[in-house]
Ligand binder design. Structure first.
Ligand SMILES: [Cu+2]
Length: 270
């Protein structure tokens, strides 16, 4: 019993302490840090789960009932009936209605995410085999973001999730993310913000988020992209407006983008 409480409180406390990354023994989603993710979690927990549980319990009950009620010893002469119009109409209509009940709020959330509000800042994420490159087009900033190897991890840096150069964004601001790739398909995904978009070479996808809480948020490439697919994490640090300005002034120097220009073309380089 004591052990059970330790495990229970262990899970409960760790989930609170490290709210923005997966934890051992976790069930369910990572804690939401944006309005869209809160809506997704509510849709799943309050609508989908009850429906799924009710259907599973109902089907289990039907199977057990049929096993007992129509077993050979209790029902020696089985019915030869093959059709029943009422039952057939019901088992077609009721699932349709259940699907409609699920589809309406689901589309509402999808369309809301699809409309990008006026952005306060724009970042561009570029997938490479196997790391992410970032640009802040309005600030002339460009840098690469590599996973930190296990042997180089510092305290509080999660394994397979921490990176050397994090994306830094201000809290409570609409961040528009342009997503593309340079070689193969990747996907830029951050569970706490409810964001996931494919990074496709030769085209730009876009998404957005508005982080509500200061903190460090972790995601991973979510499209199988090759041998080191599991080693190109995404780290976004959400900071206050002042800290962001401070970071910007440093980053403008440290990560300044140079443009190599000749009479034929203009290339960005780090
Ligand atoms: Cu990838």
């Amino acid at each position: 019993m004591k052990k059970f409480f330790y495990i229970f409180f262990g899970i409960f406390l760790t989930q609170n302490a490290f709210a923005n990354q997966p934890v051992d023994w976790q069930l369910g989603f990572q804690n939401a840090a944006s309005e869209s993710m809160r809506e997704i979690v509510a849709f799943h927990d309050k609508l989908l789960l009850p429906i799924i549980i009710a259907i599973s319990v109902f089907v289990l009950f039907l199977m057990l009932y049929a096993c007992v009620r129509f077993r050979a010893s209790a029902n020696p002469n089985p019915s030869k009936r093959t059709h029943n119009v009422t039952v057939e109409v019901l088992w077609t209509l009721i699932p349709c209605l259940i699907l409609i009940v699920m589809a309406v709020p689901s589309f509402k959330i999808l369309y809301k995410q699809d409309t990008i509000p006026k952005a306060d800042l724009t970042i561009k994420a570029i997938g490479y085999q196997w790391y992410w490159g970032y640009e802040y087009p309005d600030e002339n900033i460009m840098f690469d973001s590599y996973m930190i190897e296990e042997k180089d991890l510092k305290a509080n840096q999660p394994r397979l999730l921490a990176v050397d150069n994090e994306v830094v964004v201000p809290v409570d601001k609409v961040v528009k993310v342009l997503i593309t790739a340079n070689d193969v398909l990747h996907a830029w995904a951050l569970p706490s913000f409810g964001v996931k978009r494919d990074a496709v070479p030769g085209r730009i996808n876009e998404t957005w988020f508005k982080a509500e809480k200061v903190g460090t948020y972790y995601g991973q490439c979510s499209e199988l992209c090759g041998i080191k697919h599991a080693f190109m994490p995404i780290t976004v640090k959400v900071v206050s407006e002042e800290e962001y300005e401070e970071w910007l002034s440093e980053a403008r120097v440290k990560f300044a983008k140079e443009e190599i220009e000749n009479d034929k073309l203009k290339i960005a380089s780090k």
